[in-house]
Design a protein around this ligand. Sequence first.
Ligand SMILES: [Zn+2]
Length: 253
Amino acid sequence: MTPLTRRSFLKLATLTFAGAAGALAADPVKTALAGESTEARAWFSAPKGSRRIALTFDDGYVNVSHLLDAALAAGVRLTLFPTGKVILANPQLWRRAVDEGHEIGCHTFSHAALGALTYDGVVAELAQWRSVARDQLGLVQPRFLRPPYGDGWNAEAVQRAAKAQGFKIVMWNRVNTMKQRATAPTSVDVLNSFVDEAQAGDIVLYHFHWQEVAAFPAIVAHARAQGWKVTTVGELLNPRPTAQARLTSATRP
Ligand SMILES: [Zn+2]
């Protein structure tokens, strides 16, 4: 996938402001895919031709330490999207995630549906998350925002607020379909979903469900057998990313 150029993004934005919203009403994925530079409205998958795959996990209400154990054992780094509230509930656990090389992205402070908020409301959610991530985890420039429920990613207020707060919006192009596969799904359903559906370049959405954690080693093994590298979103989008910026212990509050 290639993102919109900055110029065409501005053109689209101008059209929207002028009331010609029809330009944006088209298939949103296509909107994000058109064009050819580094500035996307949102990322749904890797640039075309990638042999990488990003396994991403939202929320973090349960099973976080189990997933970290599994990731450590498998030798892979993930992109995790906890809410600010979840980080505050157990900062030590999320510091462990950062220490072990996982990328932490913003999932808002309170799991807000951003599409329903004003610009100021979105900024407040993102800024509150940022201050938690800085104070609790020492993260100074977190890069990615995943809107809860995927809601509002294409809304002008959300796009503008994300940009003002320094976030790129990261959606997904693949989900765990275990619940469509079984009424009482197990880790086998999670694995089958991945084996049947996943492709190189995917950004896969998970939620720390126990079935997902249990299936994790087999998912990584399958990805590797296909010749795919399991990476963070940062590395998926830029094969040579800079390290996640973090305060040193000396500068940390
Ligand atoms: Zn969520």
